[in-house]
Design a protein around this ligand. Structure first.
Ligand SMILES: Cc1ncc(COP(=O)(O)O)c(C=O)c1O
Length: 361
């Protein structure tokens, strides 16, 4: 920003405006459009939240983060001092990147994978060391270990992985944790996989887990996530956050979601069943090859045709899906969020039409 003449010359170079404000970059979903691109939960949040908030008397009072921490600790099955609540899992990713990564530090990640931690780590001054997953998208454990240097501050593993849906075994995770380097497990989709390593955090102080209420509890619009980390790490993160940084509405939403956990987990089960049905149906298209998924989405290799073109042709039929890059270069796959059965039906119909339109059969 050396040639800036306006007010922006006073802004720190690190925050120089780019014209691409991340918070405003995702287009809203117009009415009538089915959005299967953001891995949202189409069953919606617990109706108990709305009922409780309709008559909630205490909005004039500052929020009680301790109460939220306690509720989350109960859900996660850990002691309270291990829990860091935040405004969405994304904020946890940023807080951990901020606490651990500075100029000249290295972060190891395993693409194709969710990019937010790498982006935040870069923002805080780190450089990213990519250790690609193998041809089945399994983490290449030996290569991850070989990539560790004395500058490595964190190894991040998304499990189940987004966008591929791949699940990494506890054994592989522990082999990496055994190196002693801090390991961050992004478990945003753990409830759909039925697997977690939260129970191991008390044993390994270099193991950190990020979780969210966005997916299983359908609270993406509310922004509630948390970390399970060694108490000493929780105390460091507390030095970055401000008092009262989580609102009371989120605490109420978590409380009501946990009271309604059977309903919400019932919806998780329906999504998992739908994932298996939709994957089987997608496999019948000869231009798609679905990968096994443990998340609330399914990723398919596009074996004939172009992923971006398919995405656009599906979008013309009022359904949003994602074209994703899972190999070298441009989009080679599509990722589809699992919705309700009627969303799968609409998508399958759209894909049949697209197959004819783009001559893919
Ligand atoms: C792998 C992964 N991690 C973290 C997040 C962030 O979730 P949130 O900030 O909504 O809690 C997402 C959201 O899609 C995700 O896919």
């Amino acid at each position: 920003m050396t040639d800036a003449t306006g007010i922006e010359r006073f802004i720190k170079p690190k925050y120089a405006p780019t014209g691409k404000g991340a918070p405003f970059s995702i287009p809203p979903t117009p009415p009538g459009v089915i959005n299967l691109a953001l891995n949202e939960n189409h069953y919606g949040a617990s109706p108990k939240i709305g009922e409780r908030l309709a008559n909630y008397p205490d909005l004039n009072l500052y929020p009680n983060a301790k109460e939220l921490q306690k509720l989350i600790a109960g859900y996660a099955g850990v002691a309270e001092e291990y829990v860091v609540p935040a405004n969405g899992g994304s904020q946890i990713l940023d807080l951990i990147a901020n606490a651990f990564v500075g100029d000249g530090d290295e972060v190891i990640h395993c693409p194709p994978t969710f990019h937010v931690f790498a982006q935040r780590a870069q923002f805080h001054g780190g450089s990213i060391v990519s250790v690609p997953r193998d041809e089945n998208f399994a983490v290449n454990v030996a290569a991850v270990k070989a990539a560790i240097t004395d500058k490595t501050k964190i190894i991040v593993i998304v499990n189940p992985n987004n966008p591929t849906g791949t699940l990494t075994s506890k054994k592989d995770i522990l082999e990496i944790v055994d190196t002693g380097v801090p390991v961050l497990l992004d478990e945003a989709y753990a409830e759909f996989a039925g697997e977690t390593v939260i129970d191991l955090v008390a044993k390994y102080d270099n193991l950190m887990v990020m979780r969210t209420f966005s997916k299983w509890a359908a609270l993406a619009g509310m922004r509630v996530g948390f970390a399970v980390v060694a108490p000493v790490i929780a105390q460091s993160i507390a030095r970055i956050t401000m008092p009262f940084f989580i609102d009371q509405i989120s605490a109420v939403a978590v409380q009501e979601s946990l009271k309604d956990i059977d309903y919400l987990m019932g919806n998780v089960k329906l999504i998992v069943e739908q994932r298996e049905r939709l994957s089987a149906e997608l496999g019948k298209f000869n231009f798609l090859k679905p990968y096994p998924s443990a998340g609330n989405f399914v990723c398919c290799a596009v074996t004939t045709g172009d992923a971006k073109q398919i995405q656009q042709a599906v979008a013309a039929r009022n359904i949003r899906i994602s074209a994703v890059d899972v190999g070298q270069g441009g989009p080679t796959a599509i990722r589809i969020t699992i919705g309700k059965p009627e969303h799968s039906d609409a998508l399958l119909k759209a894909l049949q039409e697209v197959a004819v339109e783009l001559n893919l059969s």
